[in-house]
Design a protein around this ligand. Sequence first.
Ligand SMILES: NC(=O)CC[C@H](N)C(=O)O
Length: 318
Amino acid sequence: MAEISLDRHEAAPGVGQLDTILPRIAEEVSGLTGQGRVADYIPALARVPAERFALSVNPLHSEPVHVGDHDTTFSIQSISKVFTLTLALQRFEGDLWARIGREPSGDPFNSLVQLEHEEGIPRNPFINAGAIVVADLLLTCLEDPLHELVTMVSKLAGSKIVVDGEVALSEAETGYRNRSLAHLMKGFGNITHDPQDVLDVYFAQCSLAMTSDQLARALGYLANDGVDPASGERVLEVSQARRVNALMLTCGTYDAAGEFAFRVGIPCKSGVGGGVVGIVPHHLTACAWSPGLDATGNSVKGRAALEHLVTETGLSVF
Ligand SMILES: NC(=O)CC[C@H](N)C(=O)O
């Protein structure tokens, strides 16, 4: 295994107590059952029991720790936007940032309003419009983006990851707003392929099924200056990893990004399947999952769990 650049930071004191901290967090968030609403725009998401909860933590200096339903797969949904952005940063040779902004939107993840005023340039890669442009870029630089994505994510997760076919079909059947976004951007010239081909990639990426353990492990490179801690292989350049983290902090949880930064204070990315990943650079990655969502589409228990985690371990980027 290649050397990992950890020498700048010692393990934080709280990390040694994760075995006792995680069950305590599970107990604390259990009081929030019933507060969120499970996404119901497709049947496969609607039928997931609201009380499910998992928290997986992958410290860079010690063994992974988890609590709850850590080996249950769930739909990663918008968390996939981190992986497709990573793939585009690796493989797209043009100027990605000429086509996608880097500012928080302050609007819901599937909003169309800013696009009309801003000439089809999405605010950032973590709202739907931005991820749809990323999918378009991937079609430009890769023969089979979905295959490359699944291969990359499986390697990072350390096990075979698959697209949930039922979810992908339902995403396509119900994705009217996403189709509107793609066609509006096509009208502005910011989608270069057939919108249907672009949406096929987008709907499939949203439908990847993963466990919290797999997600926490797969995102280790973002805590480790771009190097996958498990394989020692470089996934992103140091500066690219830093930028993905910056975008997660400012844009990863849509119009709740300010509230997340205020309460949790680490780069996070959420999805409407109820997953939330968090990165503490040079220390750990975490993935919380619980399907009950707040009005902004973020997991209620997921946010609370990450808030407890940073409070109890004393880890933060601030
Ligand atoms: N926030 C999300 O997870 C959004 C993903 C969802 N499939 C959509 O496109 O609307």
